[in-house]
Design a protein around this ligand. Structure first.
Ligand SMILES: [Zn+2]
Length: 375
C-alpha cells in the first residue's frame, strides 16, 4: 500500500496539525526532529511532509512527484540511514557536498535522516555544521526513537515534533474502517503485530507473513515430539523461507533500479543516484532479513507468552494469538509458569545474539534444542 497523504497517518493528530500549519503558512523550518517510540509513523510522516513541500497540490498522494517520494525513488528526497550500526562521517560528508547543489526536479530538497542517534560523534558534528548554516531550499527531517543519543546542540537546531504510541483499540477500529474486515480478524492482526499499525496492514495483506506465523506456532506446539534431525530440518525450513523472501525482494529492487534510469534524465546525476540506491537496497535487504528472523522469534515469544497468561490465570484480554486459544490451553496443561518464563528467556537470548554477526540458522537450531530441553 502506498501511503502518501496526511489522512493515512494514524493517531498522530497533534504532529500532523503542526506540520500542516507549517505548510499552509508557508513558513517551513529548515530542520525538524521527529521523536517518539518506534513504528508509530515517524518515517511515513517524513515522506508525507516531503510530498506536501514539493507537490503542487501540497501532497495529493497521486501525482508522479508524490508517488516517487513515497516509493523512495525521488532524486531530491534523500534518505540517510545507518550503514551497519552507525551513520558514518562518510555519509554526512556526502550530504555536505551535495546539500548546496540545485535540486534535480523540485524547488527544494529534503533530507530524511533516520535513526540520527546512531551518528558517530564525527558525523554528528559535521551535520551540526550543516544545520548551523543551512542552504536555502533545503529541509532536514531528523528521526529518532532515542532522544538521549542525539547531541543537544542538534536537538536545539531543530523544530521538535513528538509522536505518541498508538492505542491498540485505535488500530483495530482503523483496520475495520479501512479494510472492511470483521472485528475479530482486525483484533487478531492488531495484537499479533504488537500494536504496530504498519505491521498489522502488512499482515493483513501478506499471505507469506501469515503462513510464517502458522508454521512457527505449529512448530512451537509440536517441538517436544521432534527428534534432533526433525529440529534441524525445521530450522532449515525457516531459514530457507527467509532466503526466498530476500531473493524476491532483490528481484523487485532490480526492477526499481532500471526505473531510476528512466526517472533521472541527466546521466551524471543518474549514476550518482543509482550508486546511492544500490547501497540503500543492500541495507534494506540486510534490514529485512534481520526483521524476518526477529519476526520468527517474536512469534515464538507470543506463543509462550500466551501460555504464561493462561497457566498463570492472568487477564485473557492480553492474549496475542486469539485464534488459537484452545490449542494454547491444551499445550499449557501441566506447564509451569517457570517453564514458560524459561522459554521466553531462551528466545530473548537468541534475539540478542541475532544482533551480532552470527550464523542465523545455527542460532535458530540451538534455540530449538534449548527450548525442547527447557519445556
Ligand atoms: Zn502530489
Amino acid at each position: 500500500m502506498i501511503i502518501a497523504s496526511w489522512k493515512d497517518i494514524l493517531g498522530q493528530a497533534e504532529a500532523v496539525n503542526k506540520l500542516k500549519h507549517f505548510i499552509s503558512s508557508g513558513k517551513l523550518n529548515h530542520a525538524y526532529l521527529f521523536m517518539g517510540p518506534q513504528s508509530v509513523g515517524k518515517h511515513t510522516t517524513a515522506k508525507v511532509l516531503a510530498c506536501a513541500i514539493n507537490c503542487e497540490a501540497k501532497g495529493c498522494g497521486k501525482c508522479s512527484c508524490c508517488v516517487k517520494i513515497t516509493r523512495e525513488t525521488h532524486p531530491d528526497v534523500i534518505q540517510v540511514a545507518p550503514e551497519g550500526n552507525f551513520i558514518t562521517i562518510g555519509q554526512i560528508r556526502e550530504v555536505q557536498r551535495e546539500v548546496s547543489r540545485k535540486p534535480f526536479e523540485m524547488d527544494s530538497k529534503v533530507y530524511i535522516i533516520d535513526e540520527v542517534e546512531k551518528m558517530t560523534a564525527e558525523a554528528a558534528n559535521a551535520l551540526l555544521k550543516v544545520l548551523e548554516e543551512p542552504p536555502d531550499g533545503v529541509v532536514f527531517i531528523l528521526i529518532t526513537s532515542n532522544l538521549e543519543g542525539v547531541l543537544p546542540t542538534i536537538v536545539s537546531r531543530c523544530y521538535q515534533i513528538y509522536f505518541r504510541p498508538i492505542a491498540i483499540d485505535v488500530i483495530i477500529d482503523e483496520i475495520v474502517r479501512r479494510y472492511e474486515v470483521d472485528k475479530d480478524r482486525a483484533e487478531l492482526v492488531a495484537k499479533i503485530s504488537r500494536g504496530i499499525f504498519g505491521n498489522a496492514i502488512e499482515m493483513l495483506n501478506s499471505e507469506r507473513r501469515l503462513k510464517r506465523r502458522e508454521f512457527v506456532l505449529c512448530l512451537a506446539e509440536k517441538l517436544k515430539r521432534l527428534d534432533a534431525l526433525g529440529l534441524a530440518n525445521e530450522a532449515n525450513c525457516l531459514t530457507s523461507e527467509v532466503g526466498n523472501y530476500i531473493g524476491e525482494l532483490k528481484l523487485k529492487q532490480e526492477i526499481e533500479l532500471v526505473e531510476v534510469e528512466e526517472i533521472v534524465a541527466n546521466r551524471a546525476h543518474a549514476a550518482r543516484f543509482k550508486k546511492r540506491l544500490i547501497e540503500k537496497q543492500k541495507r534494506e535487504r540486510g534490514k529485512e532479513e534481520f526483521r524476518a528472523f526477529e519476526d520468527i522469534l517474536d512469534i515464538f515469544s507470543s506463543w509462550y507468552r500466551d501460555v504464561l497468561i493462561i497457566t498463570g490465570c492472568l487477564n485473557e484480554d492480553l492474549l496475542m494469538n486469539t485464534d488459537c486459544v484452545e490449542k494454547i490451553r491444551i499445550f499449557g496443561k501441566g506447564f509451569s509458569l517457570q517453564k514458560a518464563q524459561g522459554a521466553l528467556e531462551i528466545i530473548q537470548e537468541t534475539k540478542r545474539m541475532l544482533r551480532f554477526n552470527i550464523n542465523r540458522q545455527l542460532a535458530l537450531e540451538v534455540m530449538l534444542f534449548k527450548l525442547q530441553e527447557a519445556v
